[in-house]
Design a protein. Structure first.
Length: 134
């Protein structure tokens, strides 16, 4: 899969099981994988110079939710060219609209997608994003 070769994905989710499962799936698909168990951990990593081509972001997390994290990332211009994909069980229209207003590339509902479908969607989104300037 040429779209995934040398692409770095940062997966942010407070569920360790899901974090590990998605980490393995993306790694097997050729991605370089970094993870964070909280919004605060992700923000700290990015402020310390971590980079990512793709951010896979859960919305419901303690202390700092995914939308707050994304707002901070945008405000601080930490990874301005990264493709952001929300992966959440939140499917309220207000959450989706707020995420879209923060410049996400895609919104995936966890409960209706198996991990391989999530990887496929991310590869598709990255392919589309490659065709335009981020």
């Amino acid at each position: 899969m040429p779209e995934s070769k040398n692409k770095k994905v940062l997966i942010i989710d407070d569920d360790r099981f899901l974090l590990n499962m998605y980490s393995v799936k993306f790694h097997k698909s050729g991605f370089e994988v970094d993870t964070a168990i909280s919004g605060q951990e992700a923000l700290t990593k990015l402020r310390e110079g971590a980079s990512a081509d793709i951010v896979l972001l859960d919305l419901v997390m303690p202390a700092m939710d995914g939308l707050e994290l994304l707002a901070n990332i945008r405000k601080e211009k930490l990874i301005p060219r990264a493709v952001v994909v929300v992966l959440s069980n939140q499917n309220q229209p207000a959450d989706i609209e707020r995420a879209k207003s923060l410049g996400i590339a895609s919104y995936i509902v966890k409960a209706s997608s198996i991990p391989s479908e999530v990887v496929e969607e991310v590869i598709k989104v990255v392919g589309k994003s490659a065709g335009r300037k981020l």
